[in-house]
Design a protein around this ligand. Structure first.
Ligand SMILES: [Zn+2]
Length: 320
């Protein structure tokens, strides 16, 4: 990945004068929200959706979707002194504690869940959901009667475990969707057999969203002690949906069309589980240039550990 990062560093320095990514001051350890805001800002589809709703009280300080929209609009205004302060206060009032270490995936879910819940227009709330929603089906097969117990569910980010050696995005995806035999200590209650049985467990993909978020699970909890896995994960700037094909039905609707995803934002975690810092790499929609945002500052690229990847779906055959 070293080659990859240094390539991005060059792109950044060449284009720094374009001033596309607007720096955000760090208030009360807000680097996690700042990095996420940079990724939301790069997700231009999100602001388009938020702008479809115009609540009568445009100044409601407690309304997350309204304050998110205001922050994303203000980030486009270079002269705005504090584009995200009201959004931070809005989150601090109701969902997260200021001045604490935060988890980017957790904050991402809080922001998306509150954006839907507090959105007065239900059709717009559904559009926010559809933009990110990964639909899956969990299948538990009873080893005795062979009945398949199916449970549909949805995710806003694909939670991928990483192993303690080198990983590729594809190997992490394959592990997530791999058939697993649950240990005998974790028998499953089968209502057909009316008793606990050994079983296998598998997640099947049902559909992929326009914006695909990948959460690389770098924090592992062992006996109440959280440590960070800094192992390398190699990922491509573009991939086709064929990367998901292993273990899936050949008829999976979302895999029939050979579609392509293109990386446009990376949220990075630097440091340890206890003392960490978040930054973001963002690709401009217009000119395909990469930018590096470290709160309000610009810094040389260091040895970073990607934590959160955002891919945008595009037609596999399109030139863009
Ligand atoms: Zn059974």
């Amino acid at each position: 990945m070293g080659k990859y990062w240094s390539k991005m560093a060059r792109l950044y320095y060449r284009s720094a004068s374009l001033d596309y990514v607007r720096g955000l001051l760090n208030y009360s350890l807000s680097c996690c929200v700042n990095a996420l805001l940079q990724s939301f800002s790069a997700t231009t589809e999100l602001l388009d959706i938020l702008n479809k709703c115009h609540p009568s009280d445009g100044t409601d300080e407690r309304n997350v979707p309204l304050q998110l929209r205001n922050a994303l609009e203000a980030m486009r205004d270079k002269s705005h002194p504090a584009p995200h302060i009201n959004f931070l206060n809005c989150l601090y009032h109701q969902a997260i504690r200021p001045s604490t270490q935060q988890d980017a995936d957790e904050i991402f879910h809080i922001v998306l869940n509150l954006s839907q819940k507090q959105m007065p227009d239900t059709a717009v709330a559904q559009e926010i959901r559809s933009l990110y929603e990964i639909k899956v089906e969990t299948q538990v097969v009873c080893s005795k009667c062979k009945f398949i117990h199916r449970a549909p569910s949805s995710l806003f980010s694909l939670p991928l475990a990483i192993c303690e050696r080198e990983n590729t995005l594809e190997s992490c995806i394959n592990s997530f969707f791999k058939l697993q035999k649950l240990p005998d200590s974790e028998k499953f209650y089968c209502d057909r057999c009316d008793e606990k049985q050994p079983c296998t467990h598998e997640v099947k993909l049902a559909s992929l969203p326009p914006i695909l978020c990948v959460h690389l699970k770098r924090f592992r909890n062992n006996d109440g002690f959280t440590r960070k896995l800094s192992n390398k994960v190699t990922f491509l700037e573009t991939f086709s949906t064929g990367i998901f094909a292993a273990g899936q039905s050949e008829n999976a609707d979302c895999l029939k069309a050979d579609e392509c995803y293109s990386l446009y934002a990376v949220v990075v975690h630097i440091g340890t589980a206890m003392f960490g810092h978040y930054t973001a790499f963002i690709r401009s929609n217009q000119d395909e240039m990469w930018f590096y945002a470290d709160d309000s500052r610009v810094q040389p690229v260091r040895d970073n550990t990607a934590y959160f990847l955002l891919y945008r779906k595009k037609s596999w055959n399109s030139s863009g």
